[in-house]
Design a binder for this molecule. Sequence first.
Ligand code: GDP
Length: 291
Amino acid sequence: SSPLIPLNTAAHLRRHKITRKGFQLTILVCGRSGTGKSTFINTLCDTDIATTPEKTTEITVRNRKIELGESDGTIISLSIVDTPGFGEHIDNSGHAETIVKYLESQFDSVLQEETRVRRNPKFEDNRVHVCLYFLSPSPRGLNELDIETIQKLAARVNVIPVVGKADTMTDKELLSIKSSVMENIESHNLPIFTFNYDLDNNYDQTEENDALREMLPFAVVGANTIYQVNDEFFRGRRYPWGFVQVENPMHSDFIALRSVLFGSHIQDLKDSTLDIIYEKYRTEKLSKDPQ
Ligand code: GDP
């Protein structure tokens, strides 16, 4: 099935009355180490900001304001939150909790700020809008650690499942991985991001959203090298038989994921973080611990 790509970005941005001022978006990447997270982030930002922290259980926040100018004039200032790649440590049990604790502490800061009499003009809202969960590609789909981690994370952040290094699998393998992953997600009722959040209940993008859901998990290729063939420059990976081009929809879902993050769904990701996920946390917290 050929991927249908949501390219109606400009219209979507207008619908949300976004001006040239632009957006701020915070993305958290997590998953087993070696699954292609850092390379993907560098590809996404067209720079070298990411290196996955290893041998540490600390969560490293990379809050460099990288500004991406989109072709429609929008400016996106991006914060990337890196997490230590799990899997290589013997004990992964605390991994999800470490990330959840980080997510909640960002909520707590906002909650505190909201209840201040005098607002801090320099307050930085570091709530995470989306978690890209990098799966280890396996024909069996998700493993128990994935299921447990996604379950915990999804209560505190929009989770989008991703399979990296898509070029290392055949089309057939990829399809089978995708379908096993989605079967697991459905059978365990994992509340991943569904692409149909709309504050006004306007489900006017059904076809686009259905197409995106069909694509899940996004299978991406990352590359640090730019090649030139004739007059064309592209990020890609070179093989004896030719090139894999990151941005070629026949080769990977990179462009689809990029347009979800920076275009079609940026506002939905932010709205659902603030209006649903944060609100739920706030209610839980305040009813448990009345101030
Ligand atoms: P991380 O530990 O999840 O951050 O993974 P890295 O981004 O450091 O990638 C681990 C290794 O996989 C490196 O050798 C990368 O060059 C390689 N790699 C990353 N992305 C891709 C990809 O899309 N395709 C292929 N074939 N290799 C990749």
